[in-house]
Design a protein around this ligand. Structure first.
Ligand SMILES: [Zn+2]
Length: 466
């Protein structure tokens, strides 16, 4: 956008500066700016080129260490006068932004030579960017016109307009804020006036100083509410149509907020980032459904060995259990995605389900089974201290394994992230008995007793909604 001049910076804080020989002097003559254009960059006269003209330039702003002043100079040899539109169409970069900003200030100074209250003469204030009446003392400040740019979205398309007068290229719905309304109300009113549409889920995007029209522009995305039939105001607009991302024809220059918003919609294939996507934000209000299941029976389950993070295969029975679960999932018909522990037994179970319901499988490290440390792969019933040691598992696990607190920490974080990342979706987590037990405590109120007796059968399915 025009203001994106990083690493350069436009410093507009008011200072009582005097021009130096190399300072830029911006001279407007009947709305045209004196400049030379070379390779798409406007160049302005320097103070030393007009010093003989006996004028008092007004300090405007600096871009990095270059100061810009405004002056009513006579013609300067070698500098033709350009309209702002000509500069906009032919130039880019920090000097174009400087020209736009100077134009805004120039119009304000030019339109306020006399006091609107007493007709006295206005003169610049010494301490701030203001004009003061010499007769009555009335002080006025620079005027900005707030306006909104609106990307209205419906069914994966965005509303593209063309103005009847003025700018000839594609645009979005736009209009000025009237006295007595909020910006959100401006958005609703302008969209209604220009296209007859109601909107909802108004999401702020970005703003842009647009000196060429003395504006401060504020961009919003929103969603058409209900009937999306366009009833265009043909006094204002020449066209208003719903466009799919690939149908969007951008403006010839990269200057405007409007163009950036259209480009963002096109480049993301209509999937705007969550923070300003009105459609996604709506989905986030819907319920997120999370299923948990434990993998099918394994060789170690069959032998009654403790299988934490030790990898082992499904038995024939385990594969059959996974196939039966797949049939249940197909009947449910609501699963959008499978998240899966990285361990082999969970992965295999997930793949059997995915083959039946045709959804992606994503490995989620935090769904890995509880690390039983020294007890890994030990026979459950013939490990004498295992039952006794269970009382300690809450805070420590012998042999470098995870405590129950550590396990809960990662599983809770994982569920938090699933709820945020897959808001409005239905997700199946294929994991393990220990992880399922923690998940149960995340969603349901449990007594200590119920927790210690909780058991999840192989390929048992539990559903949670938030
Ligand atoms: Zn006055």
């Amino acid at each position: 956008m025009i203001q994106d001049i990083f690493p350069s910076h436009l410093n507009n804080s008011y200072q009582a500066k005097q021009p130096q020989p190399e300072s830029f002097i911006l001279c407007f003559q009947e709305g045209r700016l004196l400049a030379k254009i070379a390779d798409g960059v406007p160049h302005f006269p320097r103070f030393q080129e007009i010093a003989a003209q006996d004028i008092a330039p007004v300090y405007l702003f600096s871009v990095d260490d270059e100061a810009f002043f405004l002056a009513d100079a006579a013609a300067i040899t070698g500098y033709p006068a350009y309209t702002m539109r000509e500069l906009r169409d032919q130039c880019a970069g920090k000097y174009l932004y400087a020209a736009f900003t100077a134009y805004h200030l120039h119009l304000w100074y030019a339109d306020n030579r006399f006091c609107g209250r007493c007709r006295g003469t206005m003169h610049p204030d010494a301490a701030e960017r203001a004009l003061v009446c010499t007769d009555c003392g009335k002080k006025i400040y620079p005027r900005l016109n707030p306006a909104v740019i609106v990307g209205v979205i419906s069914k994966g398309r965005i509303l593209i307009t063309r103005y009847r007068r003025g700018y000839a290229h594609n645009a979005l719905v736009a209009g000025f804020t009237e006295i007595g309304e909020t910006l959100e109300e401006t958005v609703q009113r302008e969209v209604m006036e220009e296209t007859g549409l109601r909107v909802r889920n108004i999401r702020y995007y970005k703003s842009q100083p647009w000196g060429m029209a003395q504006d401060i522009l504020m961009g919003f995305f929103c969603e058409a509410d209900g009937d999306d039939t366009i009833r265009m105001d043909d006094q204002e607009l020449k066209s208003a149509v719903w466009c799919k991302p690939e149908e969007i024809e951008l403006q010839p220059q990269q200057h405007s907020l409007t163009n950036e918003m259209m480009k963002l919609f096109r480049d993301t294939n209509g999937q705007l980032p969550r923070e300003y996507n009105p459609v996604q934000a709506d989905a986030a209000d819907q319920k997120t459904r999370i299923y948990f299941t434990r993998h099918g029976e394994t060789t170690m389950n069959a032998e009654n060995h403790i299988s934490g993070v030790t990898d082992c295969d499904l038995t024939g029975n385990g594969i059959l259990q996974a196939q039966q679960l797949a049939a249940v999932c197909a009947q449910q018909g609501d699963i959008d995605l499978i998240l899966c522990s990285p361990l082999k037994r969970a992965r295999k179970t997930a793949e059997i389900i995915a083959a039946q319901i045709h959804v992606p499988v994503v490995t989620e490290e935090r769904l890995r089974e509880w690390d039983y440390g020294a007890y890994e792969d030990q026979p459950r019933d013939q490990t004498p201290d295992f039952q006794a040691a269970k009382r300690e598992f809450g805070v420590r696990m012998k042999g470098g394994g995870e405590s129950l607190l550590q396990l809960a920490h990662r599983v809770y974080q994982c569920i938090d992230d699933i709820r945020q990342q897959y808001a409005g979706m239905t997700v199946l987590c294929v994991c393990h008995g220990g992880v399922c037990r923690i998940a149960e405590t995340y969603f349901r109120d449990m007594s200590t007793d119920a927790f210690s007796h909780f058991f999840m059968g192989n390929c048992e399915l539990r559903q949670y909604e938030q």
